[in-house]
Design a protein around this ligand. Structure first.
Ligand SMILES: NC(=O)c1ccc[n+]([C@@H]2O[C@H](COP(=O)([O-])OP(=O)(O)OC[C@H]3O[C@@H](n4cnc5c(N)ncnc54)[C@H](OP(=O)(O)O)[C@@H]3O)[C@@H](O)[C@H]2O)c1
Length: 312
């Protein structure tokens, strides 16, 4: 059996359970492609899975390979795949229920990937799929954001937030972002119209009549967010469904989502990146074997943009 280098977990736990080791090289089943991974982005879901927080939701056979964001090159196509061939440069957010991208190869379903942005290297392309699709699906598909509306984006300098700010601005919305003061110039460069320092101000004192709130923090931030919405506005959470009763009490709506693979949206994101309308911010690049360190940094909850693992 062919082997590859991968980072796997054999049990749930702290960063120390991530092992850089030899693992079986996956084979593409019918309808799948085998991708030589060049870069894999790190997302909070990676360390949440590693720690076992999701084990009642997703039953992984162990050992498993985490990481659900990649950019790479098609190595082989499985039976029935006509749209991809060896050498195609692709990116994607693979199925959360299967082995991920912290390895030299990944087998993915052919319809779930797209050509990576031509203007970006693999490191910057890998940073887009999971966070970019989440931002897209949250603010457009669930939030229904349109030109001229006002959006409040929490954690606007993070992985999801930094894409959400740019996408909302591209759509023609008025964008307000929360982050600590060190990130305010950064948020303005991304297109934010207003910035709020969550460490020195209460956003609910500064903001009102918002059409859409993007909630990526939950807890008391979510509780305090209802009041900034205009009647009929919507709070979209990416951290579990908000209370319908609470929404009703404020005369607003509540939505939530778990990001889904979507090739058409990946193509839109690639086109925006190639036209210079969507920037990818990569704060840290580490080699694959330093995945544990990458997760430790991400777990501080203060990443600006993305952390990416270089595989090739
Ligand atoms: N439902 C889904 O499908 C889905 C998809 C993607 C992500 N998520 C979840 O969404 C959350 C965010 O993901 P992410 O990748 O964007 O995280 P991230 O990149 O780790 O977010 C880090 C950012 O959060 C900011 N931040 C921290 N505390 C804050 C606060 N109290 N108020 C405002 N900003 C704050 C930090 O800014 P400062 O450094 O300035 O504090 C930092 O830039 C995670 O819990 C993740 O698991 C869910």
């Amino acid at each position: 059996m062919a082997t590859m280098k991968a980072v796997r977990i054999h049990d749930y736990g702290g960063p120390e359970v991530l092992r850089h080791e030899d693992a079986p090289q996956p084979e593409p089943a019918a309808g799948e492609v085998l991708v030589r991974v060049h870069a894999a982005a790190v997302n909070p879901i990676d360390w949440k899975v590693r720690a076992g927080y999701l084990k009642s939701m997703i039953r992984y056979p162990l050992p498993m390979i985490p990481g659900w964001d990649f950019s790479g090159v098609v190595e082989a196509a499985g039976n029935g795949v006509t749209e991809w061939k060896k050498g195609d440069e692709v990116y994607g957010r693979p199925d959360l229920g299967r082995d991920g991208a912290y390895g030299e190869y990944i087998a993915v379903r052919a319809p779930e990937i797209a050509n990576k942005p031509k203007s970006l290297d693999h490191i910057h392309a890998a940073a887009i799929p999971l966070a970019g699709l989440t931002a897209w699906q949250a603010i457009f598909n669930v939030g229904g954001l349109s030109a001229g509306q006002k959006i409040l984006i929490h954690a606007a300098s993070g992985g999801v937030g930094s894409f959400a700010v740019q996408l909302a601005k591209w759509k023609g919305a008025y964008v307000i972002g929360t982050a600590s003061a060190r990130n305010h110039d950064f948020l303005r460069q991304l297109g934010a119209d207003e910035t709020i320092d969550y460490q020195s101000a209460r956003f609910e004192d500064a903001v009102r009549d918002v059409d859409v709130v993007l909630d990526s923090l939950a807890g008391e931030t979510r509780t305090r967010s209802w009041q900034v919405l205009k009647k009929g506005g919507i709070l979209v959470s990416i951290l579990g469904p908000p209370s319908a009763e609470e929404a009703a009490r404020y005369g607003v709506r509540a939505g939530s989502l778990l990001v889904q693979p979507n090739a058409a949206e990946l193509r839109e994101l690639a086109a925006l990146a190639d036209s210079g309308k969507l920037r990818t911010i990569v704060e840290t690049v580490l080699p694959l074997k330093e995945a544990a360190r990458a997760q430790e940094i991400n777990q501080t909850l203060h990443t600006r943009g993305k952390i990416v693992l270089q595989v090739v």
